[in-house]
Design a protein around this ligand. Structure first.
Ligand code: G6P
Ligand code: MN
Length: 448
């Protein structure tokens, strides 16, 4: 199997390669092509991969290229993990939003919209190109905002593009663990959009164990989402939301914590990764050890402002070792390549899963995966409070897709104004102007 990684110079590529190194079964990935627009980053990441492969006799061969067409031809799987505008762009997304008193997170609220507006045109180009040059490839989209970007790509790739995120897996695993259950044997009833979903039940041996969790403050206080949202709120909601819903349910506190922070997440990661890539220019620097130290620091500070605002303390040791991100990707590839039926929570087209959305809307839902792709399973309807958020955010995503397709500024304003976390049309108008000033990638919004 041949895997091509778009954004091959990206910081998390060694996670994926590390997972591939542990796969020795037939039908495994034997060749990895890294494609990136930045040659320096490609070289740096390739150095880390070389060190990772030491002592592994059947390590997948790695090639790096700056030629997209060459990277795509013959690929069985394409991972898309790009960052349009880089981490500098992410920091600008945050700054412009926070100056207007709204959230600038890369996937939620104004920041997510700005990032989506920049990324969708590029993702559409890639999708067209993949459809032409690698029509049989399966495309796994990591690029955030993952639900929106997957939906954009699905317009050209149909069900051959599948979006992934590790946060629902992590959530399911944490809940199963505190309930003393084996996460692989639990059936997790989770649905929504990417970064906007809820665990409504967790079945173990045919029994829903979530009520036991919700009734027990000690259990609720013993895992990340329990501490983030607080036992009272979870009990009142009757579900455990994805951690990203903290930005909705505690929006004021989150915005304030971000405004008060010394540095935004994007600015922190920008500086951190600048340091890493600069260090890699020194041929005597240990690549893998430097990368791993940087990764550990990134993990430890993940959602730190939210945890501060909630008084949730440090992250658990078990949440710090990565695993979700690359394991979901590997499990998905294996299921498709070997026709091994697996259950995974993925971002796919809705079909008839949620009756409040149309068939083409990409949602995040448990799927059965086999050689024919990912098939969403039937789930219970969402409660009204969740329908409200999911349909509002889908309307925002559709406005982003419209703006990206037409260059219409008024569609872009509509995207911001319709978002539940943007509280005024005036603010939405200023956000469009503010973002256009700082992002050259938004110059295409040139129609009224
Ligand atoms: C979680 C999210 C991803 C995100 C990652 C890293 O796993 O589900 O979408 O990319 O965290 O977040 P960070 O803030 O470190 O970039
Ligand atoms: Mn995610």
């Amino acid at each position: 199997m041949k895997l091509t990684i778009l954004g091959g110079g990206g910081f998390r590529v060694p996670l994926v390669y590390g997972a591939l190194l542990g796969d020795h079964a037939e039908g495994r990935v034997s060749r990895v092509t890294l494609y990136d627009t930045d040659a320096g980053r490609l070289t740096a990441v390739a150095r880390v991969l070389t060190e990772q492969a030491r002592g592994v006799p059947d390590a997948p061969e790695v090639v790096a290229t700056a030629d997209l067409d060459e990277a795509l031809r013959g690929a069985d799987f394409v991972f898309s993990a790009i960052r349009v505008g880089g981490l500098e762009g992410r920091a600008a997304d945050e700054r412009v939003a926070l100056d207007e008193g709204v959230l600038g997170q890369e996937t939620v609220g104004a920041g997510g919209i700005a990032y989506g507006l920049r990324t969708v045109p590029v993702a559409l180009d890639l999708a067209r190109r993949i459809a032409r040059l690698a029509p049989h490839a399966w495309v796994i989209n990591f690029t955030n905002p993952a639900g929106l970007v997957t939906e954009a790509m699905s317009r050209h790739l149909g069900d051959r593009v599948i979006g992934i995120c590790d946060s629902p897996v992590g959530l399911g695993r944490r809940i199963a663990r505190v309930l003393g259950a084996d996460p692989d044997r639990a059936w997790i009833d989770y649905v929504g959009l990417n970064h906007l979903g809820w665990v409504r039940a967790l079945h173990i041996d045919g029994r829903d164990e979530l009520p036991r969790l919700l009734a027990d403050p000690a259990l609720l206080g013993s895992f990340e989402e329990g501490r983030l949202f607080g036992a009272d709120w979870l009990r009142s909601l009757g579900a455990v939301p994805n951690e990203y819903l903290h930005y909705y349910y505690f929006n004021r506190e989150a915005v304030r914590a971000y405004q008060d922070a010394e540095q935004t997440r994007g600015a922190f990661l920008r500086d951190q990764q600048e340091g890493f890539y600069a260090r890699m220019k020194d041929p005597s620097a240990p690549a893998l050890a430097t990368w791993d130290r940087t990764r550990a620091e990134r993990e430890a500070t993940y959602m730190a402002e939210n945890r501060d605002a909630a008084g949730a303390g440090e992250r658990e040791e078990s949440d710090l070792e990565s695993g979700g991100y690359e394991q979901v990707a590997l499990a998905l590839m294996r299921a498709i390549a070997r026709d091994e039926r697996t259950r995974l929570i993925l971002d796919v087209r809705n079909r008839a899963t949620l009756s409040v959305l149309d068939a083409d809307a990409v949602i995040e839902v448990p799927c059965l995966v086999d050689a024919n792709g990912a098939h969403p399973v039937a789930v219970d309807p969402l409660p009204y409070h969740a329908v409200g958020l999911v349909t509002a955010v889908k309307a925002v995503e559709r406005a982003v897709l419209e703006a990206a397709g037409s260059g219409s500024r008024s569609a872009a304003v509509r995207a911001f104004a319709l978002h539940p976390l943007v509280d005024s049309v005036t603010v939405a108008r200023r956000l469009v102007e503010g973002y256009r000033e700082v992002h050259p990638g938004l110059a295409y919004l040139d129609r009224p």
